[in-house]
Design a protein around this ligand. Structure first.
Ligand code: SF4
Ligand code: MG
Length: 332
């Protein structure tokens, strides 16, 4: 499958009064044409920062991409000028946020907002843009689009507003959509409808989607592959099947135990005790060690390598690393 995005060894840091926070520490993954990947992890794991880096939306005053590359169609996005990046943002890679109201202007009709977006990024005339706006609303399942375009955001329900935001993200036919917790603010039924909408749009447009979420229920519904992040690093990645049915990293297992599963009846939900390390001075060893029921001495001292479990499935955990036995004997 054709690679659309290739992220390698990404490091992102923020300067704060307390010191430098290393929010993303060597993250890498690929995104292929027409696939959906989910980046999952607890808040503060670096999943949103990773997606903001792709859009180059890290606030300049405090944050920076300290190392690594983000290849998109042969260009390293980390090296582009802001003016070049502006052409990509919204038209080739677009982003959807959790709260649709942040993306919509409450004082302007939905129709004007969509047509404005179309005219900003394409050479369409006002009439063509209006026609396109109608098509887009139809694509995201809003009925009587012509009438609804005349309405203001507050005249739509939360789920409908998110559909409008998704329509806006699609107007320029982007290659990639990054959706950061797109359904978190919605109730479960609407959430399922929006996720189904993503699937439907993908079938029709072959767009690639990065879904950022802390909710494995969402992941189970729509993704092809899963990237699990912890303390600024990828700790496991694999197909949805591998992650759900053959998880290897204790953190992934912990996440799976802490969410309700429709396919697994019975059994109590077990939250993962403890909290992630602070990233002012990230641990030298495995960052999950203080919370890990399997932690060994080596885990605290040396960071585990990435180990390949099967094609496309890898994890960094000493339990899977053959060097562990040797190191344990030298540490003893
Ligand atoms: Fe647990 Fe050690 Fe694996 Fe980290 S490396 S997840 S501490 S077993
Ligand atoms: Mg976030």
């Amino acid at each position: 499958m054709e690679k659309v995005l290739e992220i390698k060894n990404l490091h992102v840091s923020f300067d704060t009064y307390g010191g430098t926070v290393k929010a993303v520490r060597g993250v890498g993954f690929d995104l292929h044409k027409g696939e959906t990947i989910a980046i999952v992890g607890e808040s503060g794991c670096g999943k949103s920062v990773t997606s903001q880096s792709i859009m180059r939306l890290i606030p300049k005053a405090t944050g920076r991409i300290a190392d690594g590359s983000i290849l998109f169609k042969g260009n390293d996005l980390t090296k582009l000028k802001e003016s070049e990046m502006r052409k990509i943002r919204g038209s080739e890679i677009s982003m959807i946020f959790q709260d649709p109201m942040t993306a919509l202007n409450p004082t302007i009709t939905v129709g004007e907002q969509i047509t404005e977006g179309i005219m900003q990024h394409t050479k369409a005339t006002k009439q063509q843009a209006k026609q396109k706006a109608v098509e887009m609303l139809e694509l995201v399942g809003i009925s009587s689009p012509k009438e609804r375009l005349k309405q203001y955001p507050h005249q739509f329900s939360g789920g409908m507003r998110q559909r409008i935001v998704i329509a806006m993200s699609l107007v320029c036919e982007p290659e990639v959509i990054i959706a950061d917790e797109p359904t978190t603010a919605l109730d479960v039924t609407i959430q399922a409808q929006i996720l189904e909408l993503f699937r439907d749009i993908q079938r029709k447009t072959n767009v690639s989607i990065i879904l950022i979420t802390h909710d494995l229920g969402v992941v189970a519904q729509v993704t092809d592959r899963v990237v699990v992040m912890y303390a600024g690093k990828v700790v496991e990645a694999g197909t949805r099947r591998e992650i759900f049915y053959n998880p290897q990293h204790p953190y992934t297992k912990g996440l799976l135990n802490s969410v309700p599963r429709l396919d697994l009846q019975g059994g109590d939900l077990i939250p993962i005790p403890g909290s992630p390390p602070d990233l002012f001075s990230p641990p030298t060893g495995c960052a999950f060690a203080p919370r890990c029921p399997y932690a060994m001495e080596v885990c605290d001292r040396v960071h585990p390598n990435d180990t390949i479990i099967s094609e496309g499935h890898h994890t960094s955990c000493w339990l899977q690393d053959e060097r562990a036995k040797k190191l344990v004997s030298t540490l003893a």
